[in-house]
Design a protein around this ligand. Structure first.
Ligand SMILES: Nc1ncnc2c1ncn2[C@@H]1O[C@H](COP(=O)(O)OP(=O)(O)OP(=O)(O)O)[C@@H](O)[C@H]1O
Length: 249
């Protein structure tokens, strides 16, 4: 099973240190891990550091995989490539690092990714003509179709309506449960984190200030300290923890 562990990881842009001394437990396939923290805490930078797009001290250990490219990444900004249709762009993402010849299995995987995200009907549209939320789902499909062992998504629900937010997170949860993928997802919605993730990492000013089971990490104290809100967490009538925000402090 695939595992990911960070040991004393840091990252800098130029001379400016962004991430410092980040050490995590060994995360493994089957887990959905939330990456939390306020704006500019360093979440996107941590993804880029794990991918090797930026350098720094410390060690990013990915083990238990024989795949050449075990990690797929859905970045925060979903730039429009107007010359491609949705279907072509998802197929292109699938073919990166594979043989150049498209096999029936590749087309089947593109169909499956589009179906899972309910965007089959967009297949022949030009990407440049899509709405922000539609583009975000296409970007998610581009990551899913690679069938990675580790999938990292940077705020994948930020442009989606409620139905599509829940659908995408349900798909991610199922990929972890059924295909033993390890999923790292940056989220601003802590209610989604409470509902869909097993563990959470909380970044503040480039440091990991909390890491563990999500229900233990998201506390009123953390919300006050890191997110600067007064909030309660109470079970709903079905017993699920709900976040109730009183005010910004
Ligand atoms: N290419 C870059 N060059 C220099 N500084 C950068 C660069 N990208 C990000 N930063 C800085 O690094 C810090 C962390 O940014 P990052 O994008 O990782 O935060 P984030 O937690 O993902 O924020 P958000 O929730 O707003 O998306 C910020 O202070 C940002 O200004």
């Amino acid at each position: 099973m695939v595992t990911l562990q960070l040991t004393r990881v840091s990252a800098r842009y130029g001379r400016r240190a962004i991430l410092e001394d980040i050490t995590t437990p060994s995360f493994q396939g089957g887990q959905v891990v939330a990456l939390l923290g306020p704006n500019a805490a360093g979440k996107s930078t941590l993804f880029r550091r794990i991918l090797g797009l930026i350098k720094g001290d410390g060690n990013v250990a990915i083990n238990g995989t024989s795949a050449e490219r075990p990690v797929a990444y859905m970045p925060q900004d979903t730039g429009a490539k107007a010359v491609l249709t949705v279907y072509e762009s998802v197929l292109l993402a699938r073919m990166q690092g594979r043989s150049l010849k498209v096999q029936p299995e590749d087309l089947a995987q593109v169909d499956r990714a589009l179906e899972e995200l309910n965007i089959t009907s967009l297949g022949e549209r030009d990407i440049g003509d899509l709405s922000g939320g539609q583009r975000q789902l296409v970007s998610a499909a581009q990551a899913l179709v690679q069938e990675p062992e580790i999938l990292m998504l940077d705020e994948p629900t930020s442009a989606l309506d409620l139905n599509r937010q829940i659908n995408l997170l349900t798909v991610l949860r199922r990929l972890a449960d059924e295909r033993q993928m390890l999923i790292l997802v940056a989220l601003h919605d802590l209610g989604h984190a409470l509902r869909f993730t097993d563990a959470s990492m909380v970044l503040e000013n480039g440091r990991l200030i909390a890491c563990g089971p999500t229900a233990e990490v998201i506390t009123p104290e953390l919300l006050r300290q890191v997110y600067k809100v007064a909030a309660r967490i109470e079970p709903c009538s079905k017993g699920r923890p709900q976040l109730i925000v009183e005010e910004a402090v």
